[in-house]
Write a protein that binds this ligand. Structure first.
Ligand SMILES: Nc1ncnc2c1ncn2[C@@H]1O[C@H](COP(=O)(O)OP(=O)(O)OP(=O)(O)O)[C@@H](O)[C@H]1O
Length: 571
């Protein structure tokens, strides 16, 4: 995985170096000046891509963060602070961080349109502040001093390209790290992210903080580019245009941010040469954003998809049998791993679970079966901490979990999968397994994937079919080796033969990985194969439990579960 990060970072760095050399060698001074702005806007777009494209939060005040960075840079310039532009720009970025966190706080509770309104409100408030204060040096026409080495327009282009490249490469590494994967996971499903032990507030606030830092840097760099700044550079309309372009191009990709920078910088130039009003640009950006939202694909994603199509396919690596590299089983406490007592759950007037008892001994697989609506998923939700309230008690290795959040329960050792897969499709297989499993070596990761018949680590999850995503769900939580794993219909989407094979794999989880499993499944052949005991629910009550063969043969179970009437049975 580290190799993949280095490869991606090296590709980004080399591409930018080649692009920079071509610009400097082939283009006249005026165009070099214009393209410098492309990369400054590109940095602002990368910052927006992080918070919006990557983490799924709407920020309509990104240029306000840039304004904070620019103001601080201007102030340090006027004060002739030591360190020069590089230091001022970094301090400007840092100054934007608390503002970013402050804006991120409402994002912990708000989503979608509500968050958009809050961030737009901040942009409007920032406009008002900027209307009453001026940028330092604005009235005295004090130019922001560029570093001596990069004072010329060509020199400043190299300076900006350097900043863009460093930010792009760092973001490349971060996006492939657990933090980056957690942003995507939160964007896709906050509940699924919490089930992996990810702190959703931390993920959201870190995205806003880093995004504001980068945006603040872009503001400082703009100060060095223009010399003096005016409020219009950072007003609400600029933030809205940035958001529209980011949505259209996919600014969380390096390529997308550059395309967006080109559009924002060069489109007005084109309109000017065609004697068309500048507002046409915003209309075009808005239409582009609508197009990207309705097709579900940004310009950068379209290019990446076409690139993948035309790139020669790499032959699958012959790996041989990797089972010797499976991570060693974890020795969890013996005895009862999971104990549910007197559990009652109500949804308004519906009693989904009624004084239910269930025990899962350590290192065993217990099946939980029952007809649709019997309360099985409610049971998983209650155990994993996804219900606002319930009566009764749930204990992990004798310790009560009641009142603990889903994230805390995941950390303590309750891990779950979902009836429908919730894996972020933008992740790669390896990134997802690492996100779910925590620290795991490359060879262990590949061995787990092979054991569950999953595709190789570099495979993009969006290219994987639904059945395989279910297997990845299982592989992720199994690789984490917690004391208790809750599998909610893992065989959905599998063929009969695949389901049986999965049953064998699940049966082996306690011995191979050390975890106990509570398996919800409708496929009785899989249940028989995997479970040493089963519990049967009907209408939120336990109607039978014990050894699978004996329980499934009980008339009450056949009547409830398979619709076979007692009378028929008796006959
Ligand atoms: N959020 C909810 N609000 C209201 N009622 C709900 C909610 N979730 C579940 N229920 C009800 O609770 C009962 C148990 O549902 P649950 O989904 O736990 O059953 P299940 O055994 O998992 O069913 P299936 O096999 O179809 O997944 C059902 O009557 C269902 O309609």
């Amino acid at each position: 995985m580290k190799h993949a990060s280095f490869r991606a970072a090296a590709t980004t760095a080399i591409s930018l170096a080649v692009l920079g050399a071509l610009v400097l060698l082939l283009l006249p001074k005026y165009w070099v000046f214009l393209i410098t702005a492309v990369f400054i806007i590109g940095i602002a777009l990368q910052s927006l891509g992080l918070v919006t494209g990557r983490t799924g939060m709407i920020s309509l005040c990104q240029m306000s963060f840039a304004g904070v960075g620019a103001w601080v840079t201007g102030y340090l310039n006027v004060a002739e602070a030591p360190g020069g532009l590089i230091v001022w720009v970094l301090i400007g970025g840092l100054a934007a961080v608390p503002v970013g966190i402050a804006i991120g706080l409402p994002a912990l509770r708000l989503r979608g349109i509500n968050l958009a309104i809050v961030t737009l409100g901040f942009a409007a408030a920032f406009d008002t502040v900027l209307a009453t204060i001026t940028f330092p040096g604005q009235t005295t026409f004090t130019q922001v001093v560029r570093p001596e080495l990069f004072d010329s327009d060509r020199g400043y282009f190299i300076f900006i390209l350097g900043f863009y490249g460093i930010i792009a490469v760092v973001l490349e590494f971060v996006s492939r790290s657990r933090l980056g994967a957690s942003w995507l996971a939160v964007r896709h499903s906050e509940r699924a992210a919490a089930a992996h032990g990810i702190s959703v507030p931390k993920a959201k606030l870190s995205a806003f903080a880093i995004s504001a830092f980068i945006s603040g840097i872009s503001g400082g760099l703009l100060a060095g580019y223009l010399g003096t700044l005016v409020a219009e550079n950072f007003n609400m309309m600029q933030s809205l245009a940035l958001f529209a372009v980011s949505t259209m191009v996919g600014a969380h990709f390096t390529l997308g941010a550059i395309i967006g920078g080109i559009l924002i910088t060069l489109f007005p130039e084109l309109l000017r040469r065609l004697n068309l009003p500048q507002d046409v640009g915003n209309l075009f950006f808005a239409l582009g954003a609508v197009q990207a939202l309705s097709t579900g694909e940004t310009i950068a994603e379209t290019w990446a998809r076409l690139g993948r199509k035309w790139m020669p396919k790499r032959a699958a690596k012959e790996t041989g049998d990797l089972s010797a590299h499976l991570p060693a089983p974890v020795q969890h406490a013996a005895g009862i791993a999971l104990e549910v007592s007197d559990l009652t759950v109500r949804y308004g007037a519906v009693v989904a679970l009624d004084k239910v008892h269930l025990k899962v001994p350590a290192k065993t697989v217990v099946g939980l079966v029952g007809p649709n609506g019997a309360g099985k998923s409610t049971m998983v939700d209650a155990i994993a901490g996804f219900l606002a309230s319930y009566e009764g008690s749930i204990k992990l290795n004798g310790q009560p979990l009641d009142g603990q959040s889903a994230t805390v329960r995941a950390h303590l050792g309750i891990r779950r999968t979902w009836q429908t897969t919730r894996i972020a499709p933008e992740l790669r297989v390896g990134e997802y397994i690492r996100l779910a499993a925590g620290p795991i070596s490359d060879s262990e990761l590949e061995a787990v994937l092979q054991w569950f018949d999953c595709p190789p680590p570099e495979t993009l999850i969006s290219t994987v079919d639904a059945g395989t995503r279910r297997l990845l769900d299982v592989a992720g939580v199994v690789a984490a080796r917690p004391p208790v794993i809750l599998l909610d219909e893992p065989a959905a989407g599998q063929s009969y033969a695949e389901a049986l094979k999965l049953g064998e794999r699940i049966a082996a989880i306690p011995e191979k990985f050390g975890s106990a499993v509570l398996l919800i499944e409708h496929d009785m052949d899989l249940v028989r194969r995997a479970c040493s005991a089963i519990t049967v629910f009907d209408f939120g009550r336990v109607i039978a439990d014990g050894a699978p063969q004996a329980v499934l043969a009980m008339p009450i179970v056949q009547k409830a579960y398979m619709g076979i009437e007692l009378e028929e049975n008796a006959a």
